[in-house]
Design a protein around this ligand. Structure first.
Ligand SMILES: *Cc1c(COP(=O)(O)O)cnc(C)c1O
Length: 391
């Protein structure tokens, strides 16, 4: 997909995929089904298990509508839903590993992914090696005959490293390992994992797909060959999301294209403005030419979402607190991808093991919301004034 198609095919897909008005008396949207028991009309039918739906946990028309839409958007074979992004990650990983196996995980992954590997997986006898997200084809040296999968996330959580996914996929497939990717930042719109060699994609739909900070949901999308193990594990683990959250995600999906365009535009404008501020040491945004991963981003992605980071020049803690505490539009809190702007201090130094995070001063992650750009700049500008006044 080329950049000029930003609102092309996928805009139409977003409006039409996963819909079946004729199946619902002409209503535009699939209704919100609540339900556990599904009745069978006869003993024969029960024995043959010949219905589209058999039990609430195994899917409803609302769930299938979203799964179909997401599989189509991402270009995968099938999608499954889980109650959170984290459960999508853990379910996808356990679908492929057994005791004695080894996995490779990017040092820049979402921190709870790492915690899962270091606790549950480790206890079950699966070992994890963390690798430098910039390793590219060099991943070959870390692959062993026991390596079952390579987990990627691009850009990396908080620090936004862009990974050479095709190079990693080529090396992994050469030894029969699966390639998994957390594609939450780019969404199915701006990065097409299956065109870059990924076998299993996970999303925190909680972020941009839901888009309004009012639901939690995870998605796993598989290539054809990776579908069976994930379907089986997902079923056995008994994962099913709340129907309301599924409905809200379907609803959020319809406006994803227009929302993301605004998030991207505002994020880039804020990044450019911040780069000129004397208080800022560095802006970390993959769509800016000064980002170390920009060439890869340009090669593989068709857009940027609204999440990026900055590093401030060194400031005393009370000055940073004065800046953050007085913000009126930027909220401080976890998650992102909603309509509102957010700001969050972070410091990965305490838990990364394959790379060194070298920042001159405090690091801040920003989410550019849908507010007016001038209002957002004014909020930050007043924050910088408080920061300077508190020195
Ligand atoms: C938030 C997030 C998750 C986890 O999603 P939840 O729905 O909060 O469980 C996973 N990966 C990334 C990159 C995230 O930002």
């Amino acid at each position: 997909m080329t950049k000029t198609q930003k609102s092309g095919k996928h805009a139409t897909q977003l409006a039409h995929s996963g819909r079946d008005p004729a199946g619902f008396h002409g209503f535009v949207n699939a209704p919100l089904y609540r339900g556990s028991t599904v009745l069978y009309p006869s003993y024969d039918s029960l024995l043959a298990d010949d219905q589209d739906y058999s039990y609430g946990r195994l899917g409803t028309p609302t769930v299938r509508a979203l799964q179909d839409a997401l599989a189509e958007m991402e270009g995968g074979h099938a999608s499954l839903l889980t109650p959170s992004g984290l459960s999508a990650i853990t379910t996808a990983i356990v679908s492929f590993v057994s005791s004695g196996d080894h996995i490779l995980v990017s040092d820049s992954v979402y921190r709870p992914t790492r915690r899962f590997c270091d606790t549950v997986l480790s206890r079950l006898g699966v070992t994890t090696t963390y690798y430098d997200p910039l390793i590219g084809a060099g991943i070959s040296e870390l692959l062993t005959e026991r390596t079952k999968l390579v987990f990627t996330e691009s850009p990396g959580s908080q620090t936004f490293e862009i990974q050479d996914i095709p190079a990693i996929a080529t090396a992994a497939h050469a030894v029969g390992a699966e390639v998994m990717m957390d594609n939450t930042w780019a969404t199915p719109l701006y990065f097409k994992p299956f065109q870059h060699g990924v076998d299993v994609v996970v999303h925190a739909a909680t972020k941009y797909l839901v888009g309004h900070a009012d639901a939690m949901l995870g998605v796993i999308t598989m290539s054809e060959s990776a579908t069976a193990p994930v379907v089986k594990t997902h079923d056995i683990l008994g994962l099913c999301p709340g129907p309301e959250d599924v409905y809200l995600t379907l609803r959020g999906l319809r406006t994803l294209d227009v929302r993301l365009q605004r998030h991207e535009e505002t994020g880039l404008a804020l990044a450019a403005w911040l780069a000129e501020r004397p208080e800022v040491s560095k802006v970390i945004h993959p769509a800016r030419t000064d980002h170390p991963g920009h060439a890869l981003w340009k090669r593989d992605f068709t857009g940027a979402s609204g999440l990026f980071a900055i590093v401030l020049k060194p400031v005393p803690r009370p000055a940073l607190a004065a800046m953050l505490d007085g913000l009126s539009l930027f909220g401080m809190g976890y998650s992102w991808g909603g309509y509102e702007s957010l700001i969050l201090p972070f410091d990965p130094r305490g838990y990364r093991s394959a790379t060194v995070w070298d920042a001159e001063g405090p690091s801040l992650r920003l989410h550019a919301g849908l507010e007016d750009i001038e209002d957002l700049k004014a909020d930050l500008e007043a924050g910088f004034r408080r920061l300077s006044d508190t020195r």
